[in-house]
Design a protein around this ligand. Structure first.
Ligand code: MEV
Length: 321
C-alpha cells in the first residue's frame, strides 16, 4: 500500500473467444485472445461531493443512472464503482470516474468485464491500493454476475490477461509459445445479449440434456484440437474446427441470420474458417485469414458484406487503424 493519489487510472482490453463459448459455462475448455486494439481506460479523481461517472456509453451524473434512463453499460459501470468502494471500505462519494476508449457494447467482446476491470483498478489505485489479480477478478466477476447471471469467468480473465488463455472449470492458464493466428473480428451491428443467449441454451438443455451435452463435448474436442493446432501452427485444421464449431453453435440456437451472413462472407473472402464469437444471437464473428498478408482483403470483404466494424487480432492492427 502506498500514499493515496489525487488521480489514478486503470485499463482493460476487449477479448475474442476462439472456441468454446457456451460449452465453457458447463465446465468444458475454451480458448480466448486479447483484442488490444479495443481498450478502455478509467480515470479516477478525488473530488469534493457526490460520485460522478462518465463512460463512452453515456455521459452524465450518477443520478441519470439511478433514474433508469442510462444504458446498461452505465449501470454496470456504476455497479463496478460502488462495489469497488465497498471492497475498499470507503464511502460512496468524493470520486469522479471518466472512462475513455471504445469497446462496442453487447457484441461478445467483453465490454462489461472490461468496464468493470478498468474502473476497479483506477478506483483502488486512487485509494493507494494495487489490486491483486485475484481481487480484480472477483470485482469483475461481481459485475459480470449482474450482466450475465452465471458467468463462467472466461470474460473476466480474458479481458485481464495480456496474452491468449485456455480456460476450464474456473482456471485460466496462459497459452505460451503459441502461434498467433491472423484473425479478423467483424461486427454485425446487432446487439447480442449474453444472458439471454446463455438462458436459451439452458432452456434447450432442459428439454434435450443428452443432445446439448453431446454438443458441448464436441465443442470441447474442437478446443483440444485447436490447442494442438496453435502449437503446430496448422491454419487449415484450425479453420476447419472453427467452421465445425459455428455449425454446432447454430444448432444450439445462438447464431442469427446476420452472423451467418458474415460467416458466409468470410468464406467468400478467403477465410480458412469463421464462426460467431461470444454469446451470439447478435454480436460478432471471427474469421481466420490464411496468412497475415491476407488480413486486409478479408477485412474488406467483411465490410463490403455489411460488417459495421472490423478489427484484426494478432497482427494487422496498425494497417486497420
Ligand atoms: C460470453 O462471452 C461467453 C459465454 O460462454 C458465457 C460465459 O462464458 O460466461 C457465452
Amino acid at each position: 500500500m502506498h500514499e493515496p493519489e489525487r488521480g489514478a487510472h486503470g485499463s482493460a482490453h476487449a477479448k475474442t473467444i476462439l472456441l468454446g463459448e457456451h460449452a465453457v459455462v458447463y465446465g468444458r475448455p475454451a480458448i480466448a485472445f486479447p483484442v488490444r486494439s479495443l481498450t478502455l481506460t478509467a480515470h479516477a479523481r478525488a473530488v469534493d461531493g457526490p460520485l460522478r461517472l462518465s463512460t463512452p456509453y453515456h455521459h452524465g451524473s450518477i443520478a441519470a443512472v439511478d433514474d433508469g434512463t442510462a444504458p446498461r453499460e452505465e449501470h454496470l459501470a456504476e455497479a463496478a464503482l460502488r462495489h469497488t468502494l465497498d471492497a475498499l471500505g470507503v464511502a460512496h462519494d468524493g470520486v469522479d470516474v471518466t472512462v475513455t476508449g471504445r469497446i462496442p457494447a453487447a457484441r461478445g467482446l467483453g465490454s462489461s468485464a472490461a468496464v468493470a476491470s478498468a474502473i476497479s483498478v483506477a478506483v483502488a489505485r486512487l485509494h493507494g491500493i494495487d489490486l491483486t489479480y485475484e481481487a480484480r477478478f472477483e470485482l469483475v466477476q461481481f459485475v459480470e454476475r449482474i450482466a450475465h447471471g452465471s458467468p463462467s469467468g472466461l470474460d473476466a480473465h480474458a479481458t485481464m490477461s495480456p496474452g491468449p488463455i485456455r480456460f476450464e472449470s474456473g482456471v485460466a492458464r496462459p497459452l505460451v509459445d503459441t502461434w498467433l493466428p491472423p484473425l479478423v473480428i467483424a461486427d454485425t451491428g446487432v446487439a447480442g445479449h449474453t444472458a439471454a443467449a446463455v438462458a436459451s441454451v439452458r432452456a434447450l438443455r432442459t428439454t434435450d440434456k443428452r443432445g446439448v451435452d453431446a454438443a458441448f463435448d464436441a465443442i470441447a474436442a474442437l478446443v483440444e484440437g485447436a490447442h494442438t493446432d496453435l502449437r503446430t501452427g496448422d491454419a487449415t485444421a484450425l479453420g476447419a474446427r472453427m467452421n465445425a464449431c459455428h455449425s454446432i453453435l447454430s444448432d444450439l440456437g445462438v447464431s442469427s441470420p446476420e452472423l451467418d451472413t458474415l460467416v458466409d462472407a468470410a468464406h467468400t473472402g478467403g477465410a480458412l474458417g469463421a464462426k460467431l464469437t461470444g454469446g451470439g444471437q447478435g454480436g460478432c464473428v471471427i474469421a481466420l485469414a490464411p496468412t497475415p498478408a491476407d488480413v486486409p482483403a478479408l477485412a474488406r470483404s467483411l465490410t463490403e458484406a455489411g460488417a459495421r466494424g472490423v478489427w484484426p487480432v494478432n497482427g494487422g492492427e496498425e494497417e486497420a487503424a
